[in-house]
Design a protein around this ligand. Structure first.
Ligand SMILES: *Cc1c(COP(=O)(O)O)cnc(C)c1O
Length: 403
């Protein structure tokens, strides 16, 4: 069969499922938020009711098994607020993985803390706890476990390391709404957890974020940082700490409450599609599936990540491979580039430190350049035939380049 990129006919011409999913439910609740006269989350509505933000914070925290939640403008700010609430300061080192969205590093750099990169595990693409332990110095204050693609990192070992060395453990769970590690919601296992409700995420309101925790004083600190330094129960013009206005609007909280009612069904559909893709792609020579730790009792499947087999990856150019699969009608993508090599991160680090810092993350660098490929979660919300089309396209392109 001639490849579509060479003029053949593509395997798939149908669109994949659109994201986000919404109907009258969102229309009605946004209208209610609008008519309430209370577009921010502080105080009461015109009819004396509670705005949507406090309800959303309670329900979201509960979903992830946390006692407290502080909503905010986005997932990047949620990370910065969590770090500051935990006492991380200018000049402190924070250990993070190189395989994550740029925000994990920029949230650290935002106030002069220094990201230190610990390489990832090649079979899961998650931060390698052994590398974390090797990266600890007297300046280390915190570890950020990033649950990439919706797969929880090894929280048992990371928690053990953080306790042993007196470090704060923060979970960047931006991609992991609904995920669980040994039956417990992510975000509530470390000291603090952060989520993003940006458009592409599995629960979204266009933008938005939240910090969750089980620790009362960390909740108070986070709340103050997000509320211009006020204290819960304090006076309006009583500013006790340095904070900013990081609050989201009540219209966003309203959308999020409506979207939350769809979450379980969407998670189940993604899970079914992943089972099918694992079965189909697992049968293709030239493709390697990621390993899933059995302690991941629920995966959020924000991304479906897989790898080209090393021998095939050596033979072909990853970008050419992607162009060929995209031409077959499958929106496969390149994914992250290593953050330890990203210029902005290196420049900002140098600016704060006054000197260059170089980190080698050979596992991440090789996998990014040669092997890892992504499909986004809306693909997993498509009909069953879509998974068959994905497998057929990959098989077709691999046969062409692999032979
Ligand atoms: C999306 C994302 C963020 C940032 O969230 P925003 O809401 O876009 O600021 C942080 N970390 C990870 C891993 C993400 O995927």
């Amino acid at each position: 069969m001639e490849l579509a990129i060479n003029g053949g006919s593509p395997v798939r011409t149908r669109e994949f499922a659109r994201w986000p999913v919404f109907d009258e439910l969102e229309q009605q609740i946004v209208l209610r938020a609008l008519q309430s006269g209370k577009w921010g989350g502080v105080g009461k509505t015109w009819t004396g009711e509670e705005p949507f933000i406090p309800q959303f914070e309670r329900e979201f925290a509960q979903l992830q098994d946390a006692k407290y939640g502080v909503s905010c403008v986005n997932g990047t700010v949620a990370l910065t607020a969590a770090l500051q609430a935990a006492g991380v300061q200018y000049g402190d080192e924070v250990i993070i993985p190189p395989y994550t969205f740029v925000a994990t590093a920029t949230a650290v750099l935002a106030f002069g803390a220094i990201p230190v990169f610990a390489d990832i595990e090649s079979d899961t693409l998650l931060i390698d706890p052994d590398q974390v332990e090797l990266s600890i110095t007297p300046k280390t204050k915190a570890i950020i476990a990033v649950h990439i693609a919706g797969a929880p990192a090894n929280l048992t070992q990371l928690l053990e390391i953080s306790r042993k060395h007196g470090l704060v453990l923060i979970e960047d769970a931006a991609q992991a709404v609904g995920a669980k590690w040994e039956g417990v919601g992510v975000g509530a296992i470390g000291d603090l957890g952060t989520f993003s409700f940006q458009s592409s995420k599995n629960l979204n309101a266009g933008e938005g974020g939240i910090v969750i925790t089980n620790n009362h004083s960390l909740w108070v600190n986070t709340w103050s940082i997000c509320n211009v330094g006020r204290v819960p129960e304090g006076a309006w013009y009583q500013h006790e700490v340095l904070g900013q206005n990081y609050r989201m609007t009540d219209l966003q909280a309203a959308i999020l409450l409506a979207q939350m009612t769809r979450l379980e069904a969407q998670m189940q559909q993604r899970e079914a599609s992943v089972l099918e893709l694992d079965r189909l792609l697992g049968g293709i020579e030239g493709i390697r599936l990621l390993t899933r730790d059995p302690r991941i009792t629920r995966h959020a499947n924000h991304l479906y990540m897989f790898k080209l087999a090393p021998d095939l990856a050596k033979k072909i150019d990853k970008e050419q491979f992607i162009r060929s699969v995209v031409a077959e009608g499958i929106p496969v993508s390149y994914g992250y580039v290593p953050l330890n090599r990203t210029n902005t991160v290196l420049k900002a680090t140098k600016q704060w430190l006054g000197e260059e810092r170089v980190y080698e993350c050979p596992v991440c660098e090789q996998l990014c350049a040669e092997e890892v490929l992504w499909l986004s979660h809306n693909v997993l919300l498509s009909e069953k035939q879509a998974m068959v089309d994905i497998a057929e396209s990959l098989d077709k392109v691999i046969r062409y380049y692999g032979s």
